[in-house]
Design a protein around this ligand. Structure first.
Ligand SMILES: Cc1ncc(COP(=O)(O)O)c(C=O)c1O
Length: 395
């Protein structure tokens, strides 16, 4: 029996080999420190958990409208409007995480064979989701020299008659890069002129450090008809397991998204939706405390990696990842085993430094590794010391 051509074109997660090995090593009793996770280590704030308990007690345990409860969609519209947008609750569809929101966006905009522009390094699911929507990912390569950001010129030159969508992600997973307002202005001008769609994945927008001047794409009202804005509660509110994300767009796109979602997941978990309403009412101090802790850790990991011989890395300005270039270690060996790829280096770090990182191959950047600092300072210090030590043993 054969699986479908559709299934066969979808690659499994490249991080799985490392994840599986982490499990094996932990079962063997090895004290592996996980720097691979894409989720905050903080508990979900209590007010959010309490709202979920109250929702259960109040009997909010049935289906909701496919697009989500009005109370939540109003909070979301309000939030986006504070960022400069112009949305009503009817222009929001709540999904079971940002991941299905992005897939909804692609399903709603792409025809078979359409080209979707994807700046690399990219979040690992984008190319596979583009393929799932029947479209073709076209990679826009970036380097450390531009802090892993595309330029407006690069975008302009990549647009063809077949280009349908640009996927834009700032702050970026995996690089932590944040586009400045001026850089976004220039990109928006190209998008507007070309008349293509832009899916802006802003799931890390609450995690921007150093007062970098940036803007939500929702505030560029001149491209409102072309914009599919994606965000979610997972990262900003430490709610990865609750599965709440959303998409904001104008008609006819939002209507298409609503129809599409009504045939696969339907509404996001009802209890999580009520909890999410409380998230939007959370006090600023709670959010600021999380951000302050991430800033401290970002500074530590950046200073430490910058001081390691053979590593080059731009300073991340958002999210909770750092993306060092490790290619100077390729061709070196330890105990007779040569390291030639980021994948092999990640395995080496797992086995020699008890530290799990994600190889850059997963993000279209084979010279880098992604290190998440969404773990305690104690873990970071211990892992980075072990990584430094392990790298110094490569000859
Ligand atoms: C850039 C980016 N977009 C979307 C998601 C998906 O988030 P969610 O947990 O809401 O599905 C992630 C999660 O890792 C992410 O890093």
């Amino acid at each position: 029996m054969k699986t479908s051509a559709f299934a066969n074109q979808i690659e499994g997660s490249k991080t799985l080999a490392v994840t599986a090995r982490v499990g094996e090593l932990r079962r063997e009793g090895k004290p592996i420190i996980g720097l691979g996770a894409g989720e905050p280590d903080f508990p979900t704030p209590k007010a959010i958990c309490d709202a979920a308990k109250n929702a259960i007690d109040a009997g909010y345990t049935k289906y909701t409208a496919n697009a989500g409860i009005v109370e939540l969609r109003e909070k979301i519209a309000n939030y986006l409007n504070k960022l400069g947008g112009n949305y009503t609750a009817n222009e929001i569809v709540v999904s079971s995480g940002a991941k299905p929101a992005i897939l909804n966006a692609l399903f709603a905009t792409c025809n078979p064979g359409d080209e979707v522009l994807l700046p690399a390094p990219y979040w690992t699911s984008y190319p596979e989701q583009v393929k799932m929507a029947g479209a073709k990912p076209i990679i826009l390569q970036t380097t450390e020299a531009t802090e892993f950001k595309i330029t407006a010129n690069q975008l302009k030159n990549a647009i063809t008659a077949k280009t349908r969508v640009l996927i834009f992600n700032s702050p970026s997973n995996p690089t932590g890069a944040v586009y400045s307002t001026a850089e976004i202005d220039a990109i928006v001008a190209v998008v507007k002129k070309a008349g293509i769609y832009i899916i802006s994945d802003e799931i890390y927008i609450e995690l921007v450090y150093d007062n970098v001047q940036t803007r939500s794409l929702s505030s560029y009202r001149e491209i409102a008809e072309q914009l599919l804005l994606v965000n979610g509660l997972s990262k900003a509110y430490s709610m990865t397991g609750w599965r709440v994300g959303y998409l904001a767009a104008k008609q006819p796109v939002i209507g298409a998204v609503n129809r599409i979602q009504s045939h696969y997941t339907s509404n996001a978990c009802t209890i999580s939706q009520y909890a999410s309403v409380a998230a939007f009412d959370l006090s600023k101090e709670i959010m600021d405390a999380m951000k302050a802790e991430f800033t401290k850790r970002r500074d530590y990991v950046f200073n430490k990696f910058s001081s390691i011989n053979g590593i080059s890395v731009p300073k991340p300005q958002g999210a909770f990842y750092i993306f060092p270039n490790v290619s100077s270690f390729f061709g070196k060996s330890h105990n007779g085993v040569q390291i030639n790829t980021a994948m092999e280096l990640s395995t080496f770090l797992l086995e020699t430094a008890n530290s799990a990182v994600v190889p850059g191959e997963a993000f279209g950047a084979p010279e880098n590794i992604r290190v998440s600092y969404a773990t305690s300072m104690e873990n970071l210090k211990s892992a980075l010391d072990q990584i430094e030590n392990a790298l110094s043993r490569l000859r």
